[in-house]
Design a binder for this molecule. Sequence first.
Ligand SMILES: [Ca+2]
Ligand SMILES: [Ca+2]
Length: 221
Amino acid sequence: MKKTFILAISLITPAIFTVTAQDTDKSKWKDMEIDFPKPMFVGTPVAAKLPNLDKSKKPRLVLKAPAGSENLALDMEVTSSDPEPIIGDLDMICDGDKDGADGSYTELGPGKQWVQVDLEEEATIYGIVVWHFHKNARAYIDVVAQVSNDPEFKTGVVTVFNNDHDNSSKAGVGKDLAWIETNHGRIFDVEGKKARYVRLWSNGNTANEMNHYVEIEVYGK
Ligand SMILES: [Ca+2]
Ligand SMILES: [Ca+2]
């Protein structure tokens, strides 16, 4: 009786262990192959006057996630607080084109605006990569990234990035840093949170009051 019980456990356990170990043991996570576009500007960026600006010169290039993770946002539907962008359209935000040139970015209206990607079903998300605009140097203000299963973002909202240092956007005081946009975009860790929707906020940038997106990627399973 006892032997049978142990045998049954030993048969079941390896399969369960393999699945959880791969997804939760970060030492086994792989580097995602992020395809960075060509740089659009060279030289010293204009200093953006923000108190929480990331001054490090080394761009982060690596997002780690379990094997089998991929960009789930590609060609998914994008909605926005500004449904009729001034330049471009919302479909361009998840179309795989990350070029910095005119014709590849979407411009939303001034002030606080959001864009939202619908992954079509709940996914386990490990990272978000955003390229706002990389034609010339600037930093976007009050960048907040959230995930939720609620398309209205009223319930179950988890904030995964927030650089709104003075809480002017009322999502809480953000401890993350603002950054000068380049072709490397910005990688946010999401640590395996489960959600269907991804929402990114911004409140203009250091060059003007407008909000821009070249591309958003969401890595997960
Ligand atoms: Ca694009
Ligand atoms: Ca702020």
